[in-house]
Design a protein around this ligand. Structure first.
Ligand SMILES: Nc1ncnc2c1ncn2[C@@H]1O[C@H](COP(=O)(O)OP(=O)(O)OP(=O)(O)O)[C@@H](O)[C@H]1O
Length: 244
């Protein structure tokens, strides 16, 4: 479904992503981990068209998406969330989700259609009962769900998640994990960047570890947490085996 081929992105002399190749198959839930500055967000910005690669190619469903604008990539079926959530605070939850549908390209051109397109994302994220609340009144965990719902309203087949769990309480983490499982079960392929390794271990079947913009290791959650280079460069110590 997604094929990143020999991708590089340099900022001046710094190679944020270097000769990186990753494949994601339809229906997968892939985790991406790595230390601060490993190039995770840059990779996501490259795939979603917010940055252009220095070299390499990115194919989505067999066609190159390099050079396309973010809205064009969204229109092709690639959705994303951002690390910092920025809902329209004065607008209702439902109207916020509708903006996702309205700005996803030519697919949803009327308010009535956007309202309909917002329904399933609100159900999947558990926000349907709060549809009339101002987004500004939501907890951070709920704002993260709103961010997910807005991304889902663009009807993505592939969803890229950047640190969805950042800053939320432990209870909200558990809640968001259930939401992500539900989204995945609905048929959306997911690539998830996350600092909470136990979350990645619980949700993804395959984990890619980045370090200095390159792939340090790739494998099942258990393989990854037991790999000496991953322990040395990222985990710092072996992870409790039971979470793997
Ligand atoms: N727009 C930019 N201009 C210059 N350097 C950048 C830019 N964006 C990222 N970098 C640099 O590229 C490297 C990779 O950054 P990136 O944000 O992709 O890492 P990350 O793995 O997402 O880190 P974190 O876990 O802290 O979010 C870092 O050294 C960062 O300082």
């Amino acid at each position: 479904m997604l094929e990143v081929r020999d991708l590089s992105k340099s900022f001046g002399g710094l190679k944020a992503v270097g000769n990186l190749s990753i494949r994601v198959g339809q229906g997968e839930f892939v985790g991406v981990i790595g230390p601060n500055g490993a190039g995770k967000t840059t990779l996501m910005n490259l795939v979603t068209g917010y940055m252009q690669p220095t070299s390499g190619d990115i194919l989505f469903e067999g066609r190159s998406i390099v050079g396309l604008k973010p809205y064009q990539i969204s229109h092709r079926g690639v959705g994303r969330t951002f690390q910092v959530v920025r809902p329209f605070s004065e607008m209702s939850v439902e109207d916020n989700v509708m903006t996702g549908a309205l700005f996803s390209g030519a697919k949803t051109s009327s308010l009535a259609k956007a309202r309909k397109a917002a329904e399933l994302p609100m159900e999947l994220t558990g926000l349907a009962a709060k549809r009339h609340m101002h987004a500004g009144a939501l907890t951070l965990g709920e704002k993260k769900k709103l961010e997910l719902a807005r991304a889902l309203a663009t009807a993505p087949r592939l969803l890229l998640l950047d640190e969805v769990m950042g800053g939320v309480t432990r209870g909200e983490v558990d809640d968001l994990m259930v939401v992500l499982q539900r989204i995945h079960a609905s048929g959306v392929t997911i690539v998830m960047i996350e600092h909470l390794v136990e979350v990645i271990m619980a949700l993804s079947k395959r984990v890619v570890v980045l370090n200095f913009g390159q792939k340090l290791h790739e494998g099942s959650p258990r393989e990854v947490v037991e790999h000496p280079a991953v322990i040395e460069s990222y985990l710092g110590r072996p992870l409790d085996a039971e979470v793997a």
